[in-house]
Design a protein around this ligand. Structure first.
Ligand code: ATP
Ligand code: FE
Length: 357
């Protein structure tokens, strides 16, 4: 069977048609990078308007690339939370209308579950239970994944997410931030020396699996300001390219070191639980340095790493379509009429919603 998936939780309008065997038949994505570049971040009101303007076209494009009409797809999945409420509503309302009008089964998707399940799209061997490291624009979590709809958070961030830390570092250095600053930081880091700027790994003394990136952010800013004094320039963004590259490389290195420390603990916590796989998901999972470092960490522990292809780590429509496929395979769907959207959407609430259906 085939599912049309719609995603509008943040600043990208995505749609895709995915077949139940995991093949993406057609997809389309309207990025709002330029709009938000101008403002230095996502402005919810502008994002909502852009979703309204782009959604129908994006859906039509995904369908036409899949060579299908809306009547020929078998179900519709849409992100219903967590995310920006006014943005979620644009996608959700349209999906509800389509499902009712064309009499299609409807599935309300949890955005973080959708990120996690992308690890299973091209990797059918990834069986539950497994651990996930979810690193995105709004989240930084280690989760124990027991089954569809069954997740427990074993570590979360006390302040910023890793994606935010990448974005703030990009902004500090005057790099492009539209659509996320991560890719620009990663690219510049390739030219830098990762030990050039002394930074400390966060939360070394804490014996849990939580994260903190606010201190590292301040650390990076101070280090940049010190270099600003030394070079006699006005702002970090005016530093010579070599300095900026060193800052980017050092930040990325310590940011990943923090993940490695927490993961080692998480791995030892589940030692006697038949878990031997880590799924690396969320937008930051597109980062090549992160992917290879965690590949190595898993190898050292006799674990395997599952990670979606980079372009499927960040938000897009195939996420919603594939997560809907996973739920439909279990016979689970939702009532479009009563479907609401949720800015905050704990897994416990989505599990409750799914049981009602
Ligand atoms: P959430 O999923 O938590 O609701 P989101 O949907 O806004 O947040 P994603 O699209 O999953 O976030 O991820 C976007 C984040 O990923 C941005 O912070 C962006 O900078 C970061 N990112 C994307 N590519 C890379 C990369 N190559 N290296 C580092 N960070 C990256
Ligand atoms: Fe996301």
């Amino acid at each position: 069977f085939t599912v049309l998936g719609i995603e509008s939780s943040c600043d990208d309008t995505g749609a895709a048609v995915v077949r139940s065997d995991g093949i993406i038949l057609g997809e389309a994505l309207a990025s709002q990078a330029e709009i938000h570049e101008e403002w230095g971040g996502v402005v919810p009101g502008l994002a909502k308007t852009a979703h309204e303007e782009n959604l129908d076209q994006v859906i039509e494009l995904a369908l036409s690339r899949a060579n299908l009409t809306i009547d020929e797809v078998d179900a519709i999945g849409v992100t219903v939370g967590p995310g920006l409420e006014i943005c979620l509503r644009v996608g959700c309302n349209r999906a509800k209308e389509l499902a009712i009008q064309h009499k299609k089964p409807f599935v309300g998707i949890h955005h973080l579950e959708a990120h996690i399940l992308m690890a299973r799209l091209e990797n059918p061997d990834l069986q539950f239970p497994f651990l996930s490291l979810l690193v995105s624009g709004g989240h930084c979590q280690i989760l124990k994944c027991m089954g569809i709809g069954r997740y427990s958070v074993i570590g979360g961030t006390l302040d910023d997410s890793l994606g935010e830390a990448f974005d703030k570092t990009a902004r500090l250095l005057g790099l492009p931030v539209g659509g996320g600053g991560g890719p620009a930081v990663e690219k510049l880091a390739l030219e830098g020396n990762r030990t050039a700027v002394p930074l400390t790994v966060p939360l070394l003394q804490r014996k849990d699996c939580d994260f903190s990136y606010a201190g590292l952010k301040t650390n990076v800013r101070r280090a940049a300001e010190k270099l600003v004094m030394e070079r006699g320039v006005e702002l970090p963004s005016e530093l010579p390219r070599g300095d900026k590259a060193d800052i980017a490389a050092s930040f990325q290195h310590i940011a990943i070191r923090h993940l490695e420390h927490r993961l080692k603990r998480a791995i030892s916590n589940v030692e006697d639980e038949e878990i031997k796989t880590l799924a690396l998901v969320g937008g930051v999972a597109a980062n090549m340095e992160l992917r290879s470092r965690l590949e190595e960490l898993c190898e050292n522990h006799g674990w395997s790493l599952a990670v979606p292809p980079p372009r499927l780590c960040t938000d897009q429509g195939a996420m919603s379509a594939w997560a809907a496929v996973e739920r439909l395979k279990l016979g689970s769907s939702d009532e479009p009429d009563g479907q609401d959207v949720y800015a905050r959407y704990p897994f416990s609430l989505s599990a409750e919603n799914n049981q009602d259906s």
